[in-house]
Write a protein that binds this ligand. Sequence first.
Ligand SMILES: Cc1ncc(COP(=O)(O)O)c(C=O)c1O
Length: 482
Amino acid sequence: MGGISGAALAPAQQHEPSAAARLPVFPDPTQLDPLLSDFLHQTTEQLCRWWADSAHRSPLPLLSVLPEVAPGRQGLSSAALLDDLQLVMDGAFNPVHPGSMAHLDPPPLTASVAADLVCAGLNNNLLAEELSPSLSRLERSLCCWMASRLGLGDQAGGVAASGGSLSNLMALVVARQQRALVGLDQALVFCSVDAHVSIAKALAVMGLSASAMRPIAVDANGALRLDLLAEGLDQAEAAGLPVLAVVATAGTTVRGAVDPLAPIAELCQPRGIWLHVDGAIGAVFGLAEAQAARVPDLGVADSLTVNPQKLLGITKTSSLLLLRQPEALAFTFATGLPYMEPSWAEAHGGECGLQGTRPAEVLKLWLGLRQLGLEGIEQLLHGAVSRCAQLQRLLAPLPLELCSGPLHLLAFTPEWLDAPASDLWSQQTRQRLLERQLMLSRPQYRGRHHLKAVLGNPYTGSAELEAVAEVVAESISLSPFC
Ligand SMILES: Cc1ncc(COP(=O)(O)O)c(C=O)c1O
């Protein structure tokens, strides 16, 4: 091999003990390279040590040192690269810590991590089949399996997207195409006031005005109010305003509420309105028979967002957009790929969504699900909802407003605090919790700040939950407002 393609580059002098230890910059296509194997081994060893030490650090790191950002004149040795990596790792958020319960970011599934490494090493491209022959088929097949398991039917399928926001955007673009509303800037989208901000973002990207979004109030459980939705749809019809879609949420961001999907579908179907279900948080509960009743009737959706990254531990990003009629994807997004051989199936991956070049995110999803098995999935989900119920029991005697739902999220704030007082109380309490290595988040909900616990971390045990309740009780008693 000549030049840069296979040989090691001259590394920076100060980091290079001997020429023999030079890391090849590309894998050798003719033989196993012991230096490369050693480098990857050391990298994974460093990562394993980072995990192993997680419980002794805190969920949020202290101030950390950033390595030099710009590339030096000469490339670095493997030892220097690993030192640089370590500096960034030292400043990283620590999802494996048992006190990490702030967000929808659980510890990573180990098989998913391995698949991510292999995905990078294969460097295939889900744009087109000749760039990812086995992986394109795997993505298509896994989407079909997932869609059918979640009740969307035997013809259902979908595509992987880099995150739930993108899946939601693509769903609404498909809905607009299917409803033949392309070009109209007045089409409406109904969703609950608790729907995720990505819906508003999608409408802005689609060139719709902010008034296109029609937020519907929720009931005491945080679920969209059907009577108000029916009223809104009737008013739109009477005013001659077309409805692009209704977006129902299966698992709202702050409290994990689930909208009544089947009754919403009954309102949509006779009117010919597209029903998108944002199941970024909750849809995975539909994978386990014993948990599926928490998110009933997912199968009534025309399109469904699922984010296995949020609870199952599939490494980021991992989101699927599933459709009862997946051919609507290519119908909406296909432009032709004149620089590629034709697709061996219905359409190239790059014609089934907004992304062109895509990593094979399906690999870590597939391997992670295979690692868990259906029983493992059920255990993860069961563990999450059990921890949520336990924390709810521990907090119940306190004078708190508790906001939850059927899933694994719980938000709370003292009953009597007004908006400024809830802001201050939640800041102080979060700080007290962090001092005990317990990390909760601090969302605004119904005009007041809450503390929110997401109980998807399998390492969070009774000790952490009891400590949260203790700190919260103490913080209430210390508050000048209480
Ligand atoms: C209900 C819901 N939908 C969509 C999203 C967006 O997902 P992502 O962050 O993967 O873009 C979130 C994020 O938290 C969410 O809570």
